[in-house]
Write a protein that binds this ligand. Structure first.
Ligand SMILES: N[C@@H](CCC(=O)N[C@@H](CS)C(=O)NCC(=O)O)C(=O)O
Length: 209
């Protein structure tokens, strides 16, 4: 297997942390998003969406999408379980992962991709070129605020997003929180439960990747 990564991008970081939690040793190749390497014909053949992460399998076929890659690795290397231990925990992990993507990742990306000069004409990831919409920046700020408060409330009665078990959903949410901090969308001071959860998950050795 080979893992196509980009050390500075949030999505592949989800997979890096997951791989580290599993203690796996998978060869890595960096894809330089800054120079547009993801748009090359060679990379497009691996992932027609032109995004990282990508996991290349030993038969030469490729998987895109962090969730699909981690779900595949979970099936191959079930321990430690990071998609829950029961069908219900598995479903809750997917539910929370979708919420984190829809409410968190999308909100930060809305701010970042519609405001950063480097994304002029490339407001969405992928091979299609779309113009920035500056009005989405303010909406994205509001959405990330809703996201923080939603997680803060949810975590009031449990240690992790799905309950007492740490999962890929927590990894995903941790990466959103750090992505948001990078673009100066820090969590509100009132979100003390979320801040406590963040301190706990960020202290895990696997996050140092
Ligand atoms: N939902 C996808 C998102 C992938 C994605 O958007 N990756 C970004 C880096 S975080 C990318 O490759 N962007 C390339 C570009 O903007 O051209 C996943 O989780 O794999």
């Amino acid at each position: 297997m080979k893992f196509y990564d980009c050390a500075t991008a949030p999505s592949p970081r989800r997979v890096r942390i997951f791989i580290a939690e599993k203690g796996l040793d998978i060869p890595v190749e960096q894809v330089d998003l800054g120079t547009g390497a993801q748009m090359s014909a060679a990379f497009r053949a691996k992932n027609p969406r032109c995004t990282v992460p990508v996991l290349e399998l030993d038969d030469g076929s490729c998987l895109g999408e962090s969730v699909a890659i981690c779900d595949y690795l979970e099936a191959l290397f079930p321990e430690p379980a990071l998609f829950g231990r029961t069908p219900k925990e598995h479903a809750l992990t997917l539910m929370w992962t979708h919420w984190v993507e829809d409410l968190g990742f999308a909100a930060v990306a809305e701010v970042f991709r519609n405001s950063a000069k480097g994304f002029k004409g490339r407001a969405l990831p992928g091979p299609e070129n779309l113009e920035q919409i500056p009005a989405l920046v303010e909406r994205g700020r509001q959405r990330i605020d809703f996201f923080y408060r939603f997680l803060d409330q949810a975590l009031a009665d449990r240690a992790y997003l799905i309950g007492e078990v740490y999962t890929f959903a927590d990894i995903s949410a941790l990466v959103v929180v750090e992505f948001a901090q990078r673009v100066k969308l820090a969590m509100p001071e009132s979100c003390t439960t979320l801040a406590e959860w963040y301190r706990r998950v960020a202290a895990r050795p696997a996050t140092r990747v």
